[in-house]
Design a protein around this ligand. Structure first.
Ligand code: NAP
Length: 552
């Protein structure tokens, strides 16, 4: 039995089963086919979630036509029952009838939950297995525990692929899943992934550990499992098709982290410089959780963001002198000996854009703020010979920074009376929809304004500065330069700065337009009455079949 199962699975793999399977949902067959049609060109591996249809059995005649039109693609039919987290409320007998008919309609693979397999008679399961490629699945919606035990139960049954899906409650659960896949994939055709927000990294890394493929959502809002990432993100940002055992892993760690643009920027840099590496967003609820992953995955380098920039220092073997002075680390390298070393590239993020425009020695700089970014600015600019002044909402914190960095504290009331070359906003004022400015118009007595805020790209402060014909340096330049320096520390190669700036600019534009749509007033009854029709994508001409033959 095992021999025939591996033969079929290896036959499917020989036909280049893609790494990425995209789940297709729809309320009726026409809707589902329209979605599939728009996806199949870029995603030649689709899972039809028949359980989302009100009449899955009746839909299969129409889906058969779609399958015949796309012989180049591979399809899975899934009709997951509600008890297993799906939407199908019919009986087990009905589920089996649907999967059989799906096989007859030309689906080369069907997905059956372990609980359904447990309830089927041995000859019913055998019959299904003889008709079609079988993915035997188990979903755990609570935890990532006892994977071996679950697999031992599953492997009593014949299947071409064994799919274990668990729920990650912390980052380390991804490591548990990957270790399990590394062990079992040597002997079996495995598919494994962790659901949930902390499990997102498994969506890109499981294939590296031996999962034959992974799943992606067709688009945001069409996720069929918690924490599912969109197929385009997996393909275009994480380059899932090239991730292999040699792929080095990097990431940005923070809490929260989902809005970070670092994955977009750093993966683009790796792609441009053809570095076999993937860069992930690591949502760590504690530093302990992160450190287990760093050593076990293993992760080669980290960008560190709030709230871990200070706390991580205690975990490092060593860090460079300016990182120690600043007391914050935003870049970690895991050396060949496994030890962690820290750097602060925020300094380069602030100094490089300024040095591209002027010589810093002797310039008068005002820094507004006394947090991590202000500290990087104060120490970095002082080291370049600038005359640095600090002002801050909480004067004591500003005074402490001024003392430590051997710069000067300036009372806020004094700012409007003074002239500067550069003013730096190192506060979050102006970020994410806040229409505030950290400085008043009358205080902008300067040639340059460097607003470290980069979301949105254009802030109230930058608008005020432009209106006064001042030179504005956007926070995006800091973001790109600090990332470029990280890339150089990790790879030893010059960073593709133009490419990095381009992808971040585009991502910010996309974000701004999505936010603008969200801010639009709700449609009136009249305007909402007739929604615009979705454009139909043209059907592709049939090609010669490269699809794996079905079992006899
Ligand atoms: P932080 O450590 O939390 O420090 C924030 C500073 O801003 C503190 O000094 C705080 O004053 C002050 N502040 C906060 N809210 C304020 C308000 N409403 N009015 C006046 N002052 C206020 O943050 P950080 O890491 O330094 O980051 C500061 C900002 O820099 C971020 O929000 C981000 O926009 C930007 N940044 C950009 C990049 C980039 O790559 N472009 C990188 C890092 C940071 P108190 O001392 O009184 O609390």
């Amino acid at each position: 039995m095992r021999e025939s199962s591996s033969t079929y699975a290896s036959r499917i793999r020989r036909f280049h089963l893609p790494r990425l399977c995209v789940a297709v949902i729809g309320s009726d067959p026409a809707d589902m086919i329209e979605r599939a049609e728009s996806l199949v060109r870029d995603n030649p591996f689709l899972e039809f979630r028949l359980d989302y249809l009100s009449q899955p059995l009746a839909a299969l005649a129409k889906l058969k036509i779609f399958l015949e039109l796309h012989p180049e693609a591979t399809f899975i039919a899934t009709c997951r029952r509600a008890v297993n987290g799906g939407k199908f409320r019919g009986s087990l007998a009905n589920e089996l009838a649907i999967l059989r008919k799906a096989a007859d309609a030309g689906f080369p693979l069907v997905d059956l939950e372990l609980q359904s397999a447990d309830s089927l008679k041995a000859d019913e399961l055998r019959d299904l297995y003889d008709r079609v490629g079988l993915i035997l699945s188990h979903h755990n919606f609570k935890s990532t525990k006892k994977l071996e035990e679950q697999f031992a139960e599953m492997s009593q049954y014949p299947a071409d692929f064994y799919k274990l899906v668990s729920t990650a409650t912390n980052l380390y659960d991804n490591v548990v899943m990957m270790k399990f896949l590394e062990k079992t994939s040597a002997k079996h055709e495995m598919v494994g992934v962790c659901m949930g927000e902390p499990g997102i990294i498994s969506r890109a890394l499981a294939v590296r550990a031996g999962s034959v493929f992974t799943f992606g959502a067709a688009s945001k809002g069409e996720e069929t499992a918690p924490g599912q990432v969109t197929a385009s993100e997996l393909r275009d940002i994480y380059r899932i098709e090239m991730v292999d055992q040699a792929t080095q892993v990097y990431g940005v760690v923070g809490d929260p982290i989902s809005h970070s643009l670092s994955p977009v920027m750093m993966n683009a840099a790796f792609r441009r410089e053809t570095v076999n590496a993937v860069y992930l967003a690591l949502h760590a609820k504690s530093l302990k959780d992160l450190l287990g992953c760093v050593r076990d995955i293993p992760i080669r380098g980290l960008s560190v963001t709030m709230p871990y920039k200070q706390e991580i220092l205690d975990e490092l073997e060593n860090s460079d002198p300016i990182t120690k002075q600043i007391g914050a680390c935003n870049t970690v390298v895991r050396a060949a000996d496994g030890k962690l070393y820290g750097f602060n590239t925020d300094v380069a993020g602030i100094v490089v854009p300024l040095e591209q425009r002027m010589t810093l020695a002797g310039t008068r700089v005002l820094i507004v703020g006394a947090g991590g970014a202000a500290r990087a600015a104060a120490f970095g600019l002082k080291a370049k010979g600038a005359e640095v002044f600090i002002t801050n909402r909480t004067p004591e914190k500003g005074q402490t920074l001024a003392r430590q960095s051997k710069t000067k504290y300036m009372k806020r009331a004094e700012v409007a009376k003074q002239q500067f070359d550069i003013m730096i906003n190192a506060t979050p004022v102006g970020m994410n929809g806040s229409k505030q400015s950290p400085l008043e118009d009358k205080e902008l007595n300067t040639k340059y304004v460097f607003d470290l805020v980069y979301t949105p790209a254009e802030t109230k402060l930058s608008k005020m500065a432009r209106a006064k014909n001042l030179q504005v340096i956007p926070g995006l330049e800091m973001f790109v330069q600090q990332g470029a320096r990280q890339f150089e520390i990790w790879t030893g190669k010059p960073a593709p700065i133009a490419e990095m700036a381009y992808v971040v600019t585009k991502a910010l534009e996309r974000r701004a337009s999505e936010e603008a749509v969200e801010e639009l007033p709700a449609p009136t009854k009249k305007s909402a009455a007739k929604p615009a029709a979705k454009p139909k994508s043209p059907a592709k001409p049939a090609k010669k079949s490269a699809k794996p033959a079905r079992k006899k």
